[in-house]
Design a protein around this ligand. Structure first.
Ligand SMILES: Nc1ncnc2c1ncn2[C@@H]1O[C@H](COP(=O)(O)OP(=O)(O)O)[C@@H](O)[C@H]1O
Ligand SMILES: [Mg+2]
Length: 396
């Protein structure tokens, strides 16, 4: 590549409006579908603003990976700070992810250097806390600590953090803590002692299909230019999100598809790009599933893939994939089964989560319904190659 080509690549049109909005640390202006949880957070922490005593409050946010714990915590922190400042309270929000801060000492040293402008060195943890808290009292400030991935701390450190207000007196501890952890990780460190320090525990459930669609639509409107991501594509990604209960995959798929489209000079995101990205983000497709399928289920799967590849839509329908199924059967001298059996194979593939299918109404008429079939995790091209090789050994 010479300089001119290098420049030309930079001057290419991009599908993105704001690519950085798909970074994991980005917090959107609106948080959809978490109203209940936010309301609970508001009413748990509002005493800090409402009461002159300014109590210390400790709350835990849990849920599976990718359900929006981090974004909910940060969204809450950002808006809570705004309200507090309006009410004349100098609230500081400090966010720590324990991936970067592995001990209580590291967290305290960071706070100490920030609030007392010292290096934080040479103090014990207890001295450090004392210095931070007295500084807060002097300046009439208050800290809300958000500690993410808390399970990465030693349980003793967790306990010591939660015990600050006990050890230093409720009047003196101008500090509250919002803990964040995946449910599975939290269970490993939870003890009676830690539990007794929690004011409340809020659990986030994975988003359902409608919620995922709404969130992805909002996020893609921020990230992409108009017309780049069609509703069909958003529906497809929502299905993947619901399948794994993980919104992170959805955001990651959007990001990867956008980068790919830019690199290959496409104006919009296609179904095959989504499958390719999904396969990278979440390589769920296990070859051993293939071993569990009967010959005709495999041939049916091939038919579906072929038909998806031809249409380049996000989905295909039974009639089209049945035709491709018949064609591949003939190619290998296998007698195709009737369409009724073919439908049965589709149901089986659906049950094994190799494909996803849904019935869609296309007119008011009772019979105006059709089954839309799609592949979620693996690009049809890849599966065609895999099955093609297999058939070559099986049927030749
Ligand atoms: N309600 C929501 N609205 C907008 N984006 C969301 C929402 N919930 C999750 N996300 C996005 O999904 C991704 C995963 O969320 P995150 O908070 O990191 O999950 P967790 O911390 O539970 O693993 C992030 O990119 C986040 O911005
Ligand atoms: Mg998180």
């Amino acid at each position: 590549m010479d300089e001119e080509a290098f420049r030309a690549e930079f001057n290419k049109k991009s599908v993105f409006r704001q690519a950085s909005s798909l970074d994991l640390s980005y917090v959107p202006d609106k948080l959809y579908c978490r109203d209940d949880e936010l309301r609970e957070l508001i009413h748990t922490f509002r005493r800090i603003i409402d009461e002159s005593q300014q109590p210390s409050i400790t709350t835990l946010l849990t849920g599976k990976g990718g359900v929006g714990k981090t974004v909910t915590a940060r969204f809450f922190g950002r808006n809570f700070k705004k309200i507090a400042i309006e009410e004349g309270i100098d609230l500081f929000i400090e966010y720590f992810n324990c991936i970067n801060f592995r001990t209580k000492s590291m967290i305290l040293r960071e706070l100490l250097s920030k609030y007392t402008h010292g290096s934080g060195r040479g103090y014990s943890d207890d001295e450090a806390i004392k210095l931070i808290l007295s500084q807060l009292i002097r300046e009439k400030g208050y800290i809300l600590l958000i500690i993410d991935e808390i399970h990465l701390l030693d349980p003793k450190d967790v306990w010591a953090l939660l015990d600050i207000s006990e050890s230093f007196g409720h009047q003196n501890a101008k500090l509250s803590i919002l803990l964040v952890a995946r449910t599975k990780d939290w269970i490993r460190i939870e003890t009676e002692r830690i539990l007794s320090r929690l004011n409340s525990k809020i659990k986030l459930a994975p988003y359902n299909y409608e919620e995922s669609l709404k969130i992805l639509k909002y996020r893609s409107d921020i990230a992409f230019k108009e017309g780049v991501v069609s509703d069909n594509i958003l529906e497809m990604i929502s299905q993947i999100v619901v399948e794994h209960g993980n919104m992170r995959h959805g955001i990651e798929i959007l990001r990867k598809c956008g980068l790919y489209a830019d690199k290959e000079s496409f104006d919009n995101i296609t179904a095959e790009m989504v499958r390719e990205a999904s396969n990278e983000v979440y390589p769920t497709f296990r070859d051993d599933i293939i071993d569990k399928l009967s010959d005709h289920e495999l041939l049916a799967l091939y038919g579906i893939c072929q038909s998806l590849k031809i249409t380049d839509e996000s989905y295909t329908i039974v009639d089209d994939s049945y035709k491709e199924y018949q064609a591949i059967c003939e190619a290998y001298d296998v007698t195709p089964h009737v369409k009724m059996s073919f439908r049965k194979y589709i149901r089986q593939l659906n049950k094994l989560k190799i494909i996803a299918s849904k019935t869609v109404r296309i007119s008011e008429d009772k019979r105006g319904r059709r089954l839309e079939i799609t592949l979620l995790d693996i690009p049809s091209g890849k599966l065609i190659e895999l099955l093609g090789n297999l058939f070559f050994i099986k049927f030749k």
